[in-house]
Unconditional design. Structure first.
Length: 647
């Protein structure tokens, strides 16, 4: 996980290479990394963690970098929390990132570099992300976009200044990172290396394990392998469930409540209208007029395409929905327009529109009798949710006032249940047929959150429907191996399987010198008495094809030609015997995949080289400048973040 965070910190500088050619701010916004520009966090402590040539690295810088890690990972679909970032070393990565950035700025300032206000203003004005409907810079759009990312214009400008220094200093360094052909070609040739051979399998079940163990042998074997029979810690939990079904009778709505709900939502049941519209939105009157002229024959979609635009069709929407999808001004006009004919071009709310009303749907008013069933269900749901919430609050108040589990459950009139001794996943090692439902699984999870039996009861949610449970830990059963008397047959079977596995290893080992002398795999297996199971299987792979292959195939690429080795199969099933027949060196020129692989590897190694140049350059800046770390402040911030991240 930490590699993803570290790669993210590097990618910011990798983007700088792109910024040089495509414009700093346009790419930053297109990549949805405007938050990466942020240089301040509202309410964050500004204590100094380090100084670099007089420039302060503050708590807000580190907090902001950590938040950026989390947001970037979450934007890529990763379920990452701040606690996980910190646990994987994210704090140190963020602190180093902030120190490196301060070093770049300090170095730039010492060497006479300065980012002028005019340069920043020009880049902002030319950024298409900040353009309004007319295609020109819009102050409102600029401020709205920054507000969405919790930025002030001053913070954004500060971030742009930092990124410009990085573009000037780090960009040229990282650009000079082509991967040398003398490095790439041998590497690709290694990936194209091909190996052939054959794999045989000596199955444990094919071996005679010998006589069953007597009592003494079985006891000795059990003592040596007690960890195999370990049962995890178990817990016995008492709980009382509060579920909606038990309160449904109390949630039955009265006629007065149904009538009040109808009156409250009168607009919902009044007569209404929905309209379908076809529209084209343009940035100027001239473009809209061109669309309108082209649509006189009735084809608005074709006229839009001819003007380089796209027509939108909204099938059926009320006025509020249309305002949300387009704009309030457009919705007002569309609901006032006639139901036939083309409308526009017309300016509505700052944009130009050409549209037609394609459908009008009149919805009649509904009386109380017509919606009684619907309203009764809605009122009942609200009352049931309120009853559950009140019941939960009453139980929590009782526990807070010192009530025991039994007292709180009795006061709430809830039946209590005692669970079996269950492990953390809610299953019973003594009863494989026992399968907890979702509510019990949530209860057991809460039970494993107690430090010791007798702790204050807890109220936990156990369902999406508002169900909850009062939970108390009764007993902790420590982890321990099962008694031999309970699992005699299991231990006996394991004993015999281990004996058979040992014989399978001996048989497989005896095959190795035979194979290396040229004896065929099938004959060697037959002589070892291991003909049961699948027949020998030949293999033919390139090194580049090893991902996902079995461990014995991967082992074949670490062996000399004309040699044999063995490796144990999973679950003590036996031993694979691998014989490598030929090794064909890879050739970039002689392999059909060679040129394409050479290109992709060159690009990949070039990116690695660029990051390495980047890291080395920034490390040299840090070493050349005077850096003072406030270890006490760093430790305090780390502890504070860990404490808050764990909550």
């Amino acid at each position: 996980m930490l590699n993803a965070f570290r790669n993210f910190t590097k990618s910011r500088y990798g983007l700088i290479i792109v910024f040089i050619f495509l414009g700093l701010l346009a790419i930053a916004f297109a990549a949805s990394d405007v938050t990466g520009m942020r240089q301040g966090v509202s309410g964050a402590n500004s204590g100094t963690l380090a100084t670099v040539a007089g420039k302060d690295v503050t708590e807000r810088h580190v907090r902001e970098t950590l938040e950026r890690y989390v947001r970037a990972a979450q934007a890529q679909g990763q379920n990452i929390t701040m606690a996980q970032v910190l646990a994987q070393g994210g704090f140190e990565a963020a602190l180093n990132d902030a120190i490196n950035t301060a070093a770049v700025e300090a170095f730039a300032n010492r060497n006479g570099m300065a980012v002028g206000k005019k340069l920043v203003d020009t880049e902002i004005a030319n950024n298409p992300q900040f353009a309004g409907m007319d295609g020109k810079f819009s102050q409102d759009t600029f401020e709205q976009l920054l507000a969405q990312n919790r930025l002030t214009p001053a913070q954004f400008r500060e971030g742009m200044t930092t990124q410009r220094y990085l573009a000037w200093l780090v960009g040229p360094v990282a650009l000079r990172a082509p991967a040398p052909a003398g490095v790439v070609t041998p590497y690709v040739a290694t990936l194209l290396e091909r190996r052939t051979g054959i794999v045989g399998f000596v199955q444990s079940l094919a071996m005679d394990p010998g006589p069953a163990p007597d009592a003494n042998a079985l006891a000795a074997y059990y003592a040596q392998n007690r960890s195999r029979y370990q049962v995890p810690e178990r817990r016995i939990v008492r709980y009382a469930l509060a579920q909606p079904d038990a309160l449904k009778a109390q949630a039955t709505p009265t006629e007065a409540e149904i009538a009040a709900a109808y009156k409250k939502d009168a607009a919902k049941y009044a007569a209404s209208e929905k309209r379908g519209v076809e529209l084209v939105q343009a940035i100027s009157q001239s473009v809209a007029a061109k669309v309108a002229d082209g649509a006189k024959g009735g084809d608005l979609t074709g006229a839009a395409k001819a003007a380089g635009l796209e027509a939108r069709t909204i099938e059926a929407s009320d006025k509020a929905g249309l305002a949300k999808q387009v704009s309030e001004a457009f919705a007002n006009a569309a609901f006032a327009a006639p139901t036939t004919g083309l409308q526009g071009p017309v300016q509505l709310g700052g944009a130009w529109f050409v549209y037609r009303v394609s459908k009008v749907e009149k919805i009649a008013a509904r009386t109380l009798d017509q919606v009684r069933t619907e309203l009764a269900e809605e009122v009942a749901k609200r009352k049931l949710a309120a009853l559950l919430a009140d019941s939960r609050q009453a139980i929590e108040d009782a526990v807070g006032d010192g009530a025991t589990f039994d007292e709180a459950a009795a006061k709430a009139k809830l039946a209590t249940v005692r669970s079996p001794a269950l492990i953390a996943n809610g299953t019973d090692p003594d009863n494989v047929a026992y399968q907890p439902d979702a509510a019990v699984a949530a209860v057991i999870k809460a039970g494993f959150g107690f430090e010791q039996a007798g702790d204050e009861p807890q109220v936990v949610a156990v369902g999406q429907d508002g169900s909850f449970a009062l939970v108390s830990l009764e007993k902790i059963v420590p982890a321990a191996p099962r008694p031999l008397a309970q699992i005699t047959e299991k231990v006996k079977a394991d004993y015999l399987l281990d004996k058979a596995l040992a014989k399978a290893r001996a048989a497989a080992t005896a095959m190795l010198p035979k194979l290396q002398k040229g004896v065929p795999m099938a004959q060697a297996l037959a002589e070892a008495g291991a003909t049961r199971g699948a027949p020998p299987k030949p293999f033919d792979f390139k090194r580049s094809e090893l991902r996902g292959k079995e461990n014995f195939i991967q082992m074949a690429f670490d062996m000399p030609a004309r040699t044999a080795r063995l490796v144990e199969a999973p679950n003590r099933a036996g031993y694979y015997v691998v014989y490598v027949d030929t090794i064909q060196p890879g050739s970039v020129a002689g392999d059909p995949q060679g040129p394409q692989m050479l290109q992709s590897i060159t690009q990949a190694l070039g990116q690695v080289g660029a990051r390495e140049y980047d890291q080395q350059f920034r490390a040299s800046l840090v070493s050349a400048l005077k850096v003072r770390r406030n270890e006490a402040a760093i430790a305090r911030l780390r502890a504070d973040l860990q404490r808050n991240g764990a909550q």
